[in-house]
Design a protein around this ligand. Structure first.
Ligand code: DGJ
Length: 698
C-alpha cells in the first residue's frame, strides 16, 4: 500500500482501488489535486490556472487539503486562529514531510506566528479508506485561541452536483436517511446538544448515480461523539468541498504555550457502490476502530431488564428474569435503570451510584451470584454524567453541574448535567464506577446519557467554550481508564437510544445502543441507516414485547430483525407462554450458530424494506463458504410479490445448498446471483432465515 512521493512535492496515497493526490504549490500552500480511480501517477500536476476577479479570488478557487482563514480567501475555512496580538489570520507554509509505509505527515508553519499545523494521513491495508486528522502546536510563549478547528477538508472530483446522504432522525427514529443534492451554497449537518445526537450523523455519503451495486460514492465519518459539523458546499466553479470536525458553534480552544492539540479522526473513502462502502467500513471498524481485544470476539447474547421491569427492579424480579434468561441461552444478564439511590422513577437518584437497599436488601452480590450460578455474566446500567436535583450528590455538590448563577438551569428528564470538565467530578465518577467493578463481579456497563447539555456555564475553565470538547473527552478518558484497570469489562454506549452511536464512541466503547425503538418493523429501517457506515457487530439489537405498533410483528419476526446485529432480549420472559419460550430458545440457539457470520461477515443489502416492501440482507463470511440471509416482509401489497430472489456475495464457481420455503436447492454462486430462486412473498409477518453453505466435493 504505497505512498508515492512524486516530483514537485506531489504525494499520491495509493489505496487498493483509488488514488488520493495532494501537493504543495510553488508558494508553499497545501493543495488538493485529485481523489478517485487510479490514474498514471506521472500525470498528476498542480493546477495554476486562475479565474480571478476582484470579488472571486484565485485563493477562493483552489482546492486545498486544509484551508486556514485569512487573506483573500472567503470560502469556509478549516482553521481560524487568533494570535496574542489580535491578528486573526493564519498564513501557513510548507515545512516538510515524513512518511512510513502507510502514513504521510505534512508539516506547515505560520509565516510569522508560532503555530505549527500538521496534516496526518493513514492508509488501511486492503481497503480504500484513509484516516485523516490535524494537529496544531503552539510553539511560542503566548496562548493562541481557535474558533474553528476542523479535522479535515475534502474536495470531490466531479464538477457535477453530488447528493449527500445524512439523516433527519430523532429519539426512537434514529438513522432515518435523507438525500440532499447540493447544487450551490452550503448544506450543513450538525449537532449542538453535546452529543452526536439523534438527528443528524457526523458523516457524509456523497454520490452520483449510486445504488447498492454501482455508482460513484465518496464518504467520510468523523470519530467524535460531541457537537460536530459537516458542511458541504458547491462553489461558482462547481467544486464540491466538505469540511468535517468539531462544530464551530459556541466553540473555542485555547492552546497555551508549548501545547498541541489533535482533532478527532476522519475515516474517508471512495467506492463504486453503497454496498462496497458499507463492507469496507465494516471491515475497517473491526480492524482499526473498535477497542481491542474484543474487536474480534463475538458479542454474547444479552438480556436487558429495561422494558420488562423499567425502574421497578428488585432482587426477586431480577432473579426470576435471570432464571428464564439462562434457560433461553442468554450469556450476559444486564440490570438496567432503577437499582441505585432513591431511584423509583426518573425523578431521583442519579448520581448516587450505591445499591438501593430496599430493593436489594443483600446488596448486588446476591443477584450477581445468582446470575453467575446460572452460567451468565452480570452487567449493570449507569448514567455517570448526570445528576437528579433530588439526590445526595446534588445536595452535597450543587456546584458540580453546568449552570450560570443568574440563569435557570433547565432540567430535562428531571436531571442536570455534571460539569465533566472538573477534575473532581471526573474523579468522583471514576472512583464510583471503579469501586463497582472492583467490589462486584460486573463484566459490563451500559453507559447511558439521557439529556442534551444546556446553560453550559463552566466557570472553572479559562476558556468556557472548551467545555463541549472537554466533556466528550472526559467521557472517553473515564471509559478508557476503567477498561485499562478492568480489561475483562466491556462497555456499551447508550444515549436515550442512538444519540451516541458514532465511530468516535466506538473507538472507546465496545458496542452501541442504536435506538430505544424496538418495534421490529421500524427497526429494519433504523438498522439499515446504521449499517451504511457502522459495524454490525457493535449494534446491540433487542427482541422485546413490542408486537408492532402499526402492524403485527411476531416473535419470530422480531428475532429475525434483532439477529442482524448483536442479539439481545428485552421482553418480560416471566410472562411468556411455553410456546413463546420455545421460540426464544430456538432462535437464540440458531443465533449462536450464525453470529460469527453476522458480526464479522460482509453485508449485502439486496432488497430494501422501504423501496421493495421486502428486506433481504445477506451476510457472507470472508472465505465465501457460508452465508446467512434474512428475508422479511411485513405487508406486501398489490399481489405483486412473486419474484426470483437473487443472492449476492458468494463465489460464482462454488456450489451451495440452501433451503427456502421448505424446498432445498443446490446451485452455483453465479446462478444464485444471476437467476435466483422463484419465491412467493405474501402477507403480513413473512420472515425466513436462510442458511447457505458451500457443498464440498466428497
Ligand atoms: C434510555 C435508554 O436508551 C434505555 O435503554 C434505558 O436504559 C433507559 N434510558 C433507562 O432510563
Amino acid at each position: 500500500m504505497p505512498i508515492i512521493v512524486c516530483e514537485n512535492n506531489i504525494f499520491v496515497l495509493e489505496t487498493s482501488n483509488t488514488h488520493y493526490v495532494l501537493g504543495i504549490d510553488a508558494a508553499g500552500c497545501n493543495r488538493h489535486i485529485y481523489w478517485g480511480k487510479k490514474c498514471d501517477v506521472r500525470d498528476y500536476v498542480i493546477d495554476y490556472n486562475k479565474d480571478e476577479n476582484s470579488h472571486n479570488t484565485a485563493l477562493d478557487e483552489i482546492a486545498q487539503e486544509y484551508t486556514p482563514f485569512g487573506s483573500t480567501m472567503y470560502r469556509g475555512s478549516a482553521l481560524k486562529a487568533t494570535f496574542a496580538d489580535g491578528c486573526r489570520e493564519t498564513d501557513l507554509k510548507y515545512v516538510g514531510y515524513e512518511k512510513t509505509d502507510n502514513t504521510l505527515v505534512l508539516h506547515f508553519a505560520d509565516t510569522h506566528y508560532p503555530l505549527a499545523v500538521t496534516l496526518h494521513y493513514r492508509l488501511a491495508e486492503g481497503l480504500d479508506i484513509i484516516t485523516r486528522w490535524t494537529t496544531v502546536q503552539n510553539t511560542g510563549k503566548e496562548a493562541i485561541s481557535f474558533e474553528k478547528l476542523f479535522s479535515a477538508e475534502l474536495t470531490l472530483p466531479s464538477k457535477k452536483p453530488y447528493t449527500f446522504k445524512n439523516t433527519n432522525g430523532g429519539w426512537a427514529g434514529e438513522f432515518l436517511e435523507t438525500n440532499t443534492t447540493v447544487e450551490g451554497g452550503t448544506a450543513v449537518f450538525e449537532s449542538r446538544g453535546g452529543v452526536s445526537g439523534h438527528n443528524q450523523v457526523p458523516s457524509f455519503i456523497a454520490y452520483q448515480n449510486a445504488d447498492e451495486t454501482a455508482g460513484d460514492v465518496y464518504f467520510a465519518s468523523l470519530a467524535y461523539s460531541g457537537n460536530f459539523k459537516v458542511s458541504a458546499s458547491r462553489d461558482l466553479y462547481n467544486t464540491t468541498r466538505v469540511l468535517l470536525g468539531l462544530n464551530d458553534f459556541d466553540f473555542a480552544y485555547l492552546l497555551k504555550a508549548g501545547e498541541s492539540f489533535s482533532t478527532p479522526k476522519v475515516f474517508c473513502g471512495n467506492t463504486q457502490s453503497f454496498g462496497e462502502m458499507s463492507r469496507q467500513m465494516n471491515r475497517f471498524a473491526l480492524e482499526y476502530v473498535l477497542p481491542k481485544p474484543y474487536n474480534k470476539t463475538p458479542l454474547p447474547v444479552l438480556y436487558n431488564s429495561w422494558e420488562a421491569t423499567y425502574f421497578d427492579v428488585n432482587s426477586e424480579n431480577q432473579c426470576a428474569l435471570a432464571e428464564r434468561a439462562a434457560e433461553m441461552g442468554v450469556e450476559l444478564f444486564v440490570m438496567d435503570d432503577g437499582w441505585f439511590g432513591a431511584r423509583k422513577d426518573d425523578r431521583a437518584g442519579l448520581g448516587d451510584w450505591f445499591v438501593n437497599r430496599e430493593k436489594f436488601p443483600n446488596g448486588l452480590t446476591e443477584l450477581i451470584e445468582k446470575v453467575n450460578s446460572l452460567g451468565m455474566d452480570f452487567g449493570l446500567w449507569v448514567e455517570p454524567e448526570m445528576v437528579n436535583p433530588d439526590s445526595d450528590l446534588f445536595r452535597a455538590h450543587p456546584d458540580w453541574t453546568y449552570h450560570y448563577p443568574h440563569r435557570t438551569a433547565h432540567e430535562l428528564r428531571n436531571q442536570l448535567v455534571l460539569n465533566m470538565t472538573r477534575q473532581e467530578v471526573q474523579d468522583y465518577i471514576f472512583g464510583l464506577l471503579d469501586a463497582l467493578l472492583t467490589e462486584n463481579n460486573i463484566k459490563y456497563f451500559k453507559w447511558d446519557m439521557n439529556r442534551a447539555l444546556s446553560e453550559t456555564g463552566a466557570r472553572n475553565l479559562e476558556e468556557p467554550k472548551m467545555l463541549w470538547y472537554l466533556h466528550t473527552k472526559a467521557v472517553y478518558d473515564i471509559v478508557d481508564k476503567l477498561k485499562q484497570k478492568h480489561p475483562d469489562v466491556t462497555i456499551e454506549s447508550c444515549c436515550s437510544g442512538g444519540g451516541r452511536a458514532d465511530l468516535g464512541a466506538l473507538e472507546h466503547f465496545d458496542m452501541v445502543w442504536t435506538s430505544d425503538n424496538t418495534d421490529g418493523i421500524d427497526r429494519m429501517t433504523i438498522q439499515k441507516g446504521y449499517s451504511l457506515l457502522h459495524p454490525t457487530k457493535a449494534m446491540r439489537a433487542w427482541v422485546t414485547d413490542i408486537e408492532g405498533i402499526n402492524k403485527p410483528c411476531s416473535l419470530d419476526f422480531r428475532f429475525a430483525v434483532a439477529m442482524q446485529g448483536a442479539l439481545g432480549i428485552g421482553g418480560n420472559l416471566t410472562k411468556y407462554s411455553e410456546a413463546d419460550l420455545e421460540i426464544c430458545k430456538k432462535n437464540i440457539a440458531l443465533y449462536k450458530q450464525i453470529r460469527e457470520l453476522v458480526q464479522f461477515g460482509d453485508l449485502y443489502r439486496i432488497l430494501d424494506i422501504e423501496k421493495d416492501e421486502v428486506l433481504l440482507n445477506q451476510y457472507v463470511n470472508v472465505q465465501k463458504t457460508e452465508s446467512v440471509a434474512f428475508l422479511l416482509a411485513n405487508g406486501t401489497r398489490f399481489y405483486k410479490k412473486r419474484m426470483p430472489v437473487c443472492f449476492d456475495g458468494l463465489d460464482d464457481n462454488k456450489r451451495y445448498t440452501l433451503t427456502v420455503q421448505n424446498q432445498t436447492y443446490e446451485k452455483s454462486g453465479a446462478y444464485l446471483k444471476n437467476v435466483g430462486i422463484p419465491l412467493h412473498i405474501r402477507g403480513v409477518d413473512y420472515n425466513e432465515i436462510i442458511r447457505i453453505k458451500e457443498v464440498r466435493a466428497q
